[in-house]
Design a protein. Sequence first.
Lengths: 154, 154
Amino acid sequence: MKQKSKTPMPPSLLESLVGYNLKRAYVIIENDFRATLSEFAMSPRVFSALTLIAQVPNLTQSDLSRRLGIERSGLVAIVDELEGNGYVRRVPVPRDRRVQALCPTPDGLTLYREAVRLVRAHEDRVLTMLGTEERAQLIGLLQKIRQCEQGDTA
Amino acid sequence: MKQKSKTPMPPSLLESLVGYNLKRAYVIIENDFRATLSEFAMSPRVFSALTLIAQVPNLTQSDLSRRLGIERSGLVAIVDELEGNGYVRRVPVPRDRRVQALCPTPDGLTLYREAVRLVRAHEDRVLTMLGTEERAQLIGLLQKIRQCEQGDTA
DNA sequence: TATTGTTATACTCTATAACTATA
DNA sequence: TATAGTTATAGAGTATAACAATA
């Protein structure tokens, strides 16, 4: 049961790859995120969707899928879940009868505000080892990587 | 078909979250990684496994699962794939007959060296907008996040 | 009892393709 | 023709639980 003290931790090639470090760091944060929002049974992607629906008026599903960088088909289940729990409504748009605007309900806005509080606390918890400046630096570097993806920024 | 120039890109809460930026950046890099290694039909996790098998002599599956941060059960398919393609062998260990050491074949080492070349080129390509210093900075920040995970470092 | 490798199983996330109703 | 929403489907990736062989 002894910790193997033999191998002096060879700095594997993996440790020098941004992709590998990105993945491992994200897994840690994702797990804590899920634990944090487990009381609401809300996954990261549902939280992201609710956030944009709460912030952007008259968002459509196509808008949302572009902003989140996922396919329209994948959004159906997400919106179904939010609508099924009474947090979002699909509202017909007179101008274009193909489209349905996504509108938060009062319950949805309440949930959103509470979830944001928890998520902010979660980030503080899981990023304790980074100072305020370092967190801003990290976000800046990640957004530079994201810039190579065209307009679907939000 | 006009680009909606109306919404002046509201800086959504999402953009201020490390977790969200991490995820979006990882998706970009992962996609390019897969495209890069598509000629070898090698997924990121298989590349990671092959890397450690090539670098660490007499690695066992339990060792490997700890280093990669995944379950032992999940490793079976990965090693099956590598062994099925002739890149890795499961070698019985006389000391402990429960254990099988994972040994790269000559073909496995050749593939590994070629894959490393491609992966290095891939990282250069997908991180063009980051200077050498910034890349090191990014890796440093990500590893700080990873430090809260105990010993399964490699 | 504990550990190694393994199987069976299920769940999440995501993508592709095809359909419908509108435009 | 093209777009919005939808369905069906399939494929990764991962986790849990249980098992046999071995320690």
